[in-house]
Design a binder for this molecule. Structure first.
Ligand SMILES: [Zn+2]
Length: 301
């Protein structure tokens, strides 16, 4: 699916693209905030997919989740990198998307002087991908990378690094001496993850959220609607949001550009309500027993 054939070939008369789908200033909300376009390709409860198996340490589980979430996001990103045969250019290119924007938000990257700069969305996304793959493959950050090496094969080889490589914003502070950390506890410590692990995966999650926001606000109609892949996009995104909410990896403010769709899924019971989240966190985060008793998802619809 990521490498869909000709984009235009998938267009058909019985699925007229909604004309105002992506007009941010339009009085109507974007189409992807409407219930009829909020469908998924799987049935079931995403809590089951997100819930930590009882015997797995939380750091291990979140490392696994982050790698898996990145793998899914990458498939969606690949779709906006497909060359549109009508223009001979990738769907997301600097002309169409001169900045990394979503619903009035413009995300900036930091240059070498830590100065926020606006760069074309595709350049931003390429840098995010390179940055995330670097984190995932860094054994000092993800020490169990031998188990989770699938992302390595997806490294964005086409990336041409600019002369002054911008660095991502993020609270990362690596290389804290282990001796200074004894006696303290942190997420993933038991599995050998560094103290910065939690901040790192939250940074990764924040950047992935921005990619989803741009994909929806910039490219829902073209290409996701046109190639009939919007349900796949929804499915990847709801899983991403569910894990993020369940484990506190992302805040409401960061999800704001997509809030109407999230509300819609909340109202349908597809995402945990705040009180369910609290209950899950009180019982030692969401473990795959007790708080989750739904049938496994995965049924193709
Ligand atoms: Zn774009």
């Amino acid at each position: 699916m990521p490498h869909s054939p000709a984009l235009s070939a998938a267009m058909s008369l019985d699925s007229q693209p909604p004309s105002d789908a992506q007009a941010p200033a339009s009085r109507k909300p974007p189409f992807f905030f409407r219930e009829e376009y909020a469908g998924l390709i799987v049935k079931g409860n995403f809590m089951t997919l997100a819930a930590k198996p009882k015997l797995v340490e939380e750091g291990e589980w979140l490392a696994h989740q982050v790698v898996e979430q990145y793998r899914l996001l990458e498939q969606m990103i690949d779709i906006i990198k497909v060359v549109d045969e009508r223009t001979g250019r990738p769907v997301c290119n600097p002309e169409v998307c001169p900045t990394m924007s979503a619903s009035g938000h413009t995300y900036t990257w930091l240059d070498n002087q830590k100065k926020p700069i606006k760069i074309p969305a595709i350049q931003y996304i390429n840098l995010v991908q390179k940055w995330i793959v670097g984190k995932i493959n860094d054994p000092s950050i993800f020490p169990t990378d031998t188990t989770f090496n699938s992302a390595a094969t997806y490294a964005s080889g086409s990336l041409s690094t600019p002369a002054s490589t911008p660095i991502p914003a993020g609270p990362t502070s690596l290389n804290a001496p282990l001796s200074a950390l004894s006696g303290r506890d942190w997420l993933g410590k038991a599995s050998g993850f560094p103290e910065t692990f939690e901040a790192d995966i939250k940074s990764i999650y924040r950047q992935m959220m921005r990619c989803y926001a741009h994909i929806y606000h910039g490219h829902w109609l073209e290409p996701f609607w046109n190639v009939n892949a919007y349900k796949e996009l929804n499915t990847c995104f709801i899983h991403f949001v569910n894990v993020g909410k369940l484990f506190g990896l992302i805040g409401d403010k960061e999800m704001e550009p997509m809030q109407p769709l999230i509300e819609l899924w909340l109202a349908k019971g597809l995402l945990p309500q705040p009180q369910q989240l609290q209950a899950a966190q009180l019982t030692g985060k969401a473990e795959a027993q007790g708080s989750v008793q739904q049938p496994a998802p995965g049924t193709a619809a």
